[in-house]
Design a protein around this ligand. Structure first.
Ligand code: DGL
Length: 268
């Protein structure tokens, strides 16, 4: 089978990873994607690392069964908890990329003095950003804060209003963030409120949106391995482990257009 024509396999706990899928399609419209959102088990942000590894392993097996030519973990919580595990398990046979390492590379190219990270409880508790930045850019001070209300807030459509502004202010006015030069959006939902966050900091703080950074790394990987596809015959599939009208509605918000979510049971 021609590897070039095979889809990029992307997964997330739900539909938040569609922000990454969208960035990939913007940059590489000739690539097909097969997306799996584990809506039956979300949120991952409150789960244990062990359980996230278990779910992620099964999803990767499924995506490889769909002929994915590479796997992208489009979820920070799964990247923080399961990337090393998945790399050990599948890294010999396929390319696995997470949404955190490309951001660490980007940060190391910028020589920041102080940066902030926000994400789910799972991602922040893992300390993965601090650890990886300390290895690559020891001169950069990292401060981080779990901002768990952002996910339900965004999903409930509180995005450009007083409620979202108050919640953003409540978290980000934390003294921790005083003097930061950049803020990493360590959750695939957060690009939706990127502009409001930027505005909160009076546009003086660089907002690092992993979906943008990651999509250009995916393009580089495909080119380096000579498996990029420029076909006009794209076939994108969006699969979810549980389907409701609500997921359809919010998928539209994250992917910026209507998509067809197919319910697929990979657990039984
Ligand atoms: N997609 C998850 C992340 O990027 C957020 C939603 C969840 O907690 O499952 O961390």
């Amino acid at each position: 089978m021609d590897l070039k024509r095979q889809p990029i396999g992307i997964f997330d706990s739900g539909v938040g990873g569609l922000t990454v899928a969208h960035a990939i399609k913007q940059l590489m419209p000739g690539e097909s994607i097969v997306y799996f959102g584990d809506t039956a088990h979300l949120p991952y942000g409150d789960k244990s690392a062990e359980l996230i590894c278990q779910y992620s392993e099964k999803i990767v097996e499924f995506l490889l069964g769909q002929n994915a030519k590479m796997i992208l973990i489009a979820c920070n919580s799964a990247s923080a908890s399961a990337y090393d595990y998945l790399q050990k398990k599948f890294g010999k046979d396929t390319i696995i990329l997470d949404v955190i390492s490309p951001v660490i590379e980007y940060v190391s190219s910028r020589n920041f003095k102080k940066i902030g990270v926000i994400g789910t409880k799972r991602t922040i508790a893992s300390g993965v950003y601090e650890k990886m930045i300390a290895l690559k850019s020891p001169e950069t001070k990292v401060v981080s804060l779990a901002t768990p209300l952002f996910v339900p807030m965004i999903e409930e459509g509180f995005i450009f209003d007083d409620i979202s502004n108050q919640i953003i202010r409540a978290y980000l006015s934390n003294q921790l963030f005083e003097g930061i030069e950049a803020l990493i959006l360590g959750c695939t939902h957060y690009p939706i409120i990127r502009n409001q966050i930027s505005k909160f900091f009076d546009f003086r703080v660089e907002i690092i949106d992993s979906s943008r950074v990651v999509s250009s790394v995916v393009r580089d990987i495909l080119q380096k391995n000579n498996i990029q596809n420029d076909s006009r015959l794209v076939n994108d599939r969006f699969l979810v482990s549980d389907y409701t009208e609500y997921f359809r509605k919010i998928a539209r918000l994250f992917f910026e257009k209507e998509i067809n979510l197919e319910k697929t049971d990979i657990w039984s």
